[in-house]
Structures are given as C-alpha cells and as structure tokens.
Write a protein that binds this ligand. Structure first.
Ligand code: SAH
Length: 373
C-alpha cells in the first residue's frame, strides 16, 4: 500500500516506509537490502541519520537526495501539575502544528495522537474542526508523534489512542499503514490490542476496517440516541444516520469479536436528559443485542461532560445530570463510566492548544479543504 505524500517535499518520507519499501530504497542507492532492518529500527528509535554510524556518509548523502527524515518538533509543551499529563504542540516539516497528549494510568502510559491537521467533520462542540481540515498526516507523521513524545517523556509509551485532532477514517490509507508500522517487529512494537481508534462514524470506512480484521479497539463518537439530536450536533449524521452507524458497529463486532466503546459527550440541554438516556439504552440494546444478533455484545459507554470551547457556546451537564444519565444506562444493562478529566489545568482536550497558538499568530493554519457532502 502506498501512502499519500502530505507535505510539499517531493522526496519520500523515510518514517512512512515499511521494511520492504526501505529495502527497495536502499538497493536503489547501492546499499545492501539487509540494512533495511537496522535502518527501520534506528528510525523508529528516533535516531537522526547522522547518528547512524553503520550507514556510510556517501550512502546518507544519496539517501538525502531522494528521501527526507523529520520528527515533529516540540513547539509548546504543557505539564499538568495535578496529574502529570503532558500536552505537546508539535510542528511538522511544513510548519503546520498538531497536538498529542501523554497520560499516565495504572496500566502504563497512553498517548493520544492527531490524525489530520484540522478536521472537516464539523462536530459543533469540537475545537479541532473550527478552521476546517488543512491536510492529512502521513503514516510517518502519525508515528513521529509517538517517537518524539517518547523521547521527551523518557518512558515507554504502552498504548495509543487516535482521539486527537482529525478524523482517522478520513485519512484511511495512511492510518492503516501507520497501524501496521507501529506493530512491525523492530519498530515501536505496540500491539494492535493496545491501540484504539475513535471515529465520528464514517460507515463505509468502518466496514473497510472490519474487513482488515485488525484486533484494535474501535470507539464510536455517538453523542446522541436519535437522528434529530445527532444531526444537530454532528453533520456526518446527515450522511450516515444512527441506524446505519449501529449496523456497521454490529458488523464490526461480528467480524472481529472486539468490543466497541461509545463516546457520549454530555451537553446541557441538548442530549443529557433521562429520556435521552432511556432512548440510548433502547437503541443500543435493540440494534446491537437483539435476539437474532451476535450474542450478548459487550457495550461500554464513556460519558464525557463536554469541554467548553468558547466558540461553540455549549455548556457541560451538571454532576447530577451526568450521574442520572449513567444510572439509567446501567439499569438497562449497559456499562457506563464517567471519563475522568485528565490535565484539567492544561486544557488537555484536543484542538484547543492549536487554536490558542493560531490565535496568537505563531503557527501555520494553512488553507482548509472543503467539507464532505
Ligand atoms: N474524529 C474522531 C476522533 C477525534 S475527537 C472522532 O470523532 O471520534 C475525540 C473525541 O473527543 C470524540 O469522541 C469527540 O467527539 C470528542 N470531543 C471533541 N470535542 C469535545 C469537547 N469539546 N468536549 C468533549 N468531547 C469532545
């Protein structure tokens, strides 16, 4: 599979290459193919080509003429004094910026990475989509966020969630290539089971992902139990409604047997009433667990009181509304947890740091591409 070159550099991006592709590249500059394994490992450890002593200077020069190597640079870094969460604003080779967040849980360190510069999905509550999508990230840029964060953070990153800026399934080929690279021997060695991908619900791509049968965890940003409520806050719902989306979820589970989690951000007065919780339980149970369906599919709902973004005007639900919502779901056999807010002092939810930096005029916004129709 080839990945799209997403920067203005016409040379090939070394970090985006599989071992097989590196082999072909090395052969083309007169180096033996067996060096591909060493080069792959060194690149994924974050070594600069000049630090690779086993590759001769002339070969490096030949490589530099046809390939480039760039790790995201740390443009800004915020560390939470409350829980140690670290938020990075990374600059890419062309000056665009994205965010990544490293969080520490009992089961290790988790990084939340971005998949695009900006986003064209238009979810009304989300800061990442306000300026539209500028471009997709390459597989190497997806990987580069982990390599650069790991080098700075000084500890192994165990888990990856694709929940940062952008819609991963709107950058399908590069994301799939990234998943294979991150899992490849001699690289970062993060297993598929330690990776979650979150989507706003691009149904044809969920089906394409099912067909690949990768044992990653899928998260669905559902946020509403019916089309009227969901279309008002998520334009993607105009193309694929709740019923179509849950159909794709059922097929995903039947194919992969992997549990799916649902994200539900609670917005005061929009989607947070007890009736809406009842409706949510009803639709999840009937579409995913109906008698003829694939057994008792485990369903988990993450409730997230909305992070208030000044441009959106949405207000987070109060504690009692959140508790009441969770209680209704639990009483209908659906596990619900209220997401602990990490890094509350550093605005750790994605998209906000990039927007602040852009408002201050320091970073490159680029020209957004049109939203899907
Ligand atoms: N595009 C993907 C992944 C990025 S967003 C998706 O939609 O899933 C990651 C998660 O954060 C999604 O569930 C998204 O709906 C949620 N989110 C975005 N803005 C938010 C906000 N202001 N408050 C709470 N959750 C938000």
């Amino acid at each position: 599979m080839t990945s799209t070159n997403t920067t203005c550099d016409s040379r090939v991006d070394l970090l985006s290459l599989t071992k097989e592709e590196l082999k072909a590249l090395l052969l083309s500059v007169g180096e033996p193919a067996y060096r591909a394994q060493q080069l792959f490992t060194q690149l994924h450890r974050g070594l600069l080509p000049e630090q690779m002593t086993n590759i001769g200077k002339i070969t490096r020069q030949k490589l530099a003429a046809i390939a480039y190597w760039h790790l995201p640079g740390i443009e800004r870094k915020l560390v939470s004094e409350i829980d140690g969460t670290v938020k990075y604003l990374f600059s890419l080779a062309d000056g665009n910026c994205v965010e990544s967040v490293v969080m520490t849980y009992e089961h290790g360190h988790t990084i939340c990475i971005s998949s695009q510069v900006g986003c064209r999905m238009g979810c009304r509550f989300c800061a990442s989509t306000i300026g539209g999508r500028v471009r997709d990230l390459s597989a190497g840029e997806l990987l580069g966020q982990i390599i650069a964060a790991q080098a700075d953070f000084g500890a192994r990153i165990d888990n990856v969630v694709m929940m940062g800026i952008g819609e991963p399934l709107d950058n399908f080929d590069n994301v799939i290539k990234f998943l294979r690279l991150v899992n490849e021997e001699g690289g970062l060695n993060i297993g598929y089971r330690h990776i979650s991908l979150s989507t706003c619900g691009i149904v044809d791509k969920i089906d394409a992902l099912s067909a690949l049968d990768l044992p990653i965890t899928l998260s669905i940003s559902l946020h509403a139990p019916d089309d009227q409520t969901r279309s008002a806050i998520m334009p993607v719902n105009n193309k694929w409604g709740v019923d179509a989306l849950l159909g794709a979820c059922r097929r995903y589970y039947e194919r992969t047997q992997r549990r799916i989690s649902f994200e539900y951000t609670l917005i005061s007065g929009k989607n947070d009433t007890a009736e809406q919780a009842e409706k949510l339980a009803r639709v999840l149970n009937s579409r995913l667990r109906g008698k003829e369906r694939a057994g008792a599919m485990p369903i988990h709902v993450n409730l997230i009181p909305v992070n208030e973004v000044s441009e959106t005007g949405f207000v987070r639900s109060g504690e009692s509304a959140v508790r009441a919502f969770a209680k209704v779901l639990e009483s209908r056999g659906i596990r619900a947890t209220v997401r602990r807010k990490l890094g509350p002092d550093i605005n750790a939810s994605c998209g906000q740091l990039r927007r602040t930096a852009m408002r201050e005029g320091g970073e490159n916004l680029g020209t957004p591409s049109p939203a899907p129709t």
